[in-house]
Design a protein around this ligand. Sequence first.
Ligand SMILES: *[C@@H]1O[C@H](CO)[C@@H](O)[C@H](O)[C@H]1NC(C)=O
Ligand SMILES: *[C@@H]1O[C@H](CO)[C@@H](O)[C@H](O)[C@H]1NC(C)=O
Ligand SMILES: *[C@@H]1O[C@H](CO)[C@@H](O)[C@H](O)[C@H]1NC(C)=O
Ligand SMILES: *[C@@H]1O[C@H](CO)[C@@H](O)[C@H](O)[C@H]1NC(C)=O
Length: 818
Amino acid sequence: MKCLPVARLLLAAAAPIRAALSWRNVNIGGGGGFVGGIVFHPTAKGVAYARTDIGGLYRLNADDSWTAVTDSLATNEKWGSWGVDAVAIDAQDSTKVYAALGMYTNDWDPNHGVIARSSDKGATWSTTELPFKVGGNMPGRGMGERLAVDPKNSKIIYFGARSGNGLWKSVDGGVTFAKVSSFTNTGPYIVTPGDSYNGDKQGLSFITFDSTSAVANGATSRIFVGTADNVTASVYVSTDAGSSWTAVPGQPKSYFPHNDGTGPYDGTMGGIYRYDMTNGTWKNITPASGSDLYFGFGGLGVDMVKPGTLVAATLNSWWPDAQLFRSTDSGTTWSKIWEWGNYPAQNWYYGLRTENAPWVDAGFISQDSKRLGWMIEALEIDPLDSNHWLYATGLTVFGGHDLTSWDTVHNVSLSILAKGIEEMAVQGLASPPGGSELLAAVGDDSGFTFKSSSDLGTPPKSPWMTPMWTTSTDVDYAGNKPASIVRIGNSAGSQQVAVSADGGVSWNINYAAGTTQYGGTVAYSADADTILWSSSNAGVLRSQQQSTFSAVASLPSSAVIAANKRNNTVFYASAGAAFYRSTNTASSFTAITGALAGATSVRDIAAHPQVAGEVWVSTSSGLFRSTDYGATFSSAGVGKISDTQQISFGLGSGSTWNLYAFGTGAGGAKLYASADNGATWADVQGSQGFGSIAACRVVGSGNVAGQIYVGTNGRGVFYAKGVVSGGGSATTTLVTSTTAKATTTTTTTMTTTTSAVVTTSMPATTVKTTTTSSSAAATGTGTAQHWSQCGGVGWQGSTACVVPYECKSQNDYYAQCL
Ligand SMILES: *[C@@H]1O[C@H](CO)[C@@H](O)[C@H](O)[C@H]1NC(C)=O
Ligand SMILES: *[C@@H]1O[C@H](CO)[C@@H](O)[C@H](O)[C@H]1NC(C)=O
Ligand SMILES: *[C@@H]1O[C@H](CO)[C@@H](O)[C@H](O)[C@H]1NC(C)=O
Ligand SMILES: *[C@@H]1O[C@H](CO)[C@@H](O)[C@H](O)[C@H]1NC(C)=O
């Protein structure tokens, strides 16, 4: 272990530089979450955007990487701005981009949605608030782009709302919107009436202009609108520039534009139909039939250079894998990206490169038969390059630059092309002094270890595995043995505690845990002999020397917990406004009466990494500090930072330790740093958005002076480094900027040519709808509940999980709704 002298000196090490810290992502790479839509500019080569459901909007760079462009909008107050329900480009101006922002249409998101508009490819934005909510993370978020700019008139923008709010139109370039009263279908489909999440009308699913149609009064005359409606009609058309609308005649009814469900998790049956706009006929071009058709369709990309050439993807084919189909004759014939060989062998007509995110291979692709992904709704062929294509899954973005090789040698090179998309939902962070530089517990993708600071720019080779849980909810280290790490998983059915003795590189299941307890937070005693676990569902539990976890009677469920980092016998806990201390290695806790005067709830406890007696508590009333093992507290930072959330120590200048706290200070609800025990606080967040500060995790580096990590709920881990000076006024920001700011980086290599949108500039447009949702042989009916089996070899039951759970393959024989 590295020896860090304990010093209480307050040092102002560097000349004050009055600039905010610059933040960039820890490079986990590979996305790590769902991408609901990708939109290419029709004529400006290389201009494209990818939207995520909780991690904002990204712009494509010439080197296949992506740059986040909506971070500045995701303030604490407007955290829902990282939910992107639709993105649109302006065919006539490649610098312009529009996005419909807002995360939930229920009461989870307090704000109305906005239409954000940018004239510099997302570097800066203006927003217009809508009179209702937008649901970037609601069901049906991948059905298409429900926001579109008229390709012949940049002032005209349509937005298809959720929640029964109908179609809206702007005639001033997105500054104001008014309801289109002539469009009466509101997209009434509700997955589960009465359900808090699934109980809302999904609304309109896409808007697309026929750029070949006549221009009427300066506007494109023919416009198609899709609706979440499998009863009346799901595709409407106007031929008079939006004055009147009719259901497109002859459309296959009873289905959504795509699938028998609206995605992204469901779909057991579907079809693909081609609508010929010249004579108004529909043709069923579904690429599978009979027992081979056991899935619905999601992504569909058309080649704008070669009319009649397209690629379609299954939305959710959980076993053995997704399938992708390609046609060069408008869907008359199709070929597949893989076929069965000598069963169970498969012939893969593709190579798959994962070096941009090796952990995707280690943790997912190599683990079961699914390679090509799931939840495939975004699939686009570059409108100016028939070889360049991208498709997105529930995990990452795949793509390549040799798509037409499918037609010649029937073999394409797929790569993970999600570099720069960082959408991890971070659950817990740790940076042990003298240990691994960063441990990140995340949702959906287990977690990651970065051994040293120099690794932060390199995607990990592996997620946390053996055991690998879908979601890790917390991680902690033992203060006196920083190579000893403990983490917690969130999947009942097996032990959800794992320990590492090598700094989080290799792991062992802790069999002291039961198989029904899961989730919550964890604290490791200083000498690594005792684990205290505040579980999600089984109260606070304790295990010493591998003994069976047993309830800690003196603590309420969901208590906030922490271990003293130097003294193995001491633990802290809090629930409500009460503070508890244990001096017998968490066997029992005693309430310290009056410890946190005035506080009504405790948010976090941070024990000093080096000073045994020092512990800080973050509460609704701000921070409290104890220097006597929690026996007595004094309020700290009063009048300077209040309503604090997560807090952390981090190595500061010289051998001092800084404090980092999310809370409300002079600059608003943000991240602040103090180098003088809370006497003064500097705003170290600056203009970087971290979303809701209550959802953020923060940890100061235990090893690199001035380095801070912030874990977000959907935008991965950020880090920055600077010098925080003590003294001065509360509002003084004294920080040295050392990193580049990702969100405002513009890519000079982008070329700007121009133009058009969707499939409608071709003679025929291909519209995704579904056929009968009959009982397919290979899939069961109904929806599997949380924790239920949902797949595996020979599985006959449902492969769709009740939202929001995902069917995750555990091995070839077992998949579970997690
Ligand atoms: C519409 O879709 C839902 C979800 O798949 C299904 O339960 C319902 O039966 C469908 N309705 C019709 C008329 O097909
Ligand atoms: C419509 O046009 C397509 C060719 O684009 C043709 O195959 C089809 O037969 C036509 N249908 C009718 C009813 O004319
Ligand atoms: C397609 O190419 C990849 C990469 O070269 C190769 O691994 C794979 O075997 C090829 N597929 C077939 C069916 O030959
Ligand atoms: C550790 O804490 C216990 C309980 O408060 C105390 O009795 C003991 O002296 C402490 N040990 C050290 C080395 O400070």
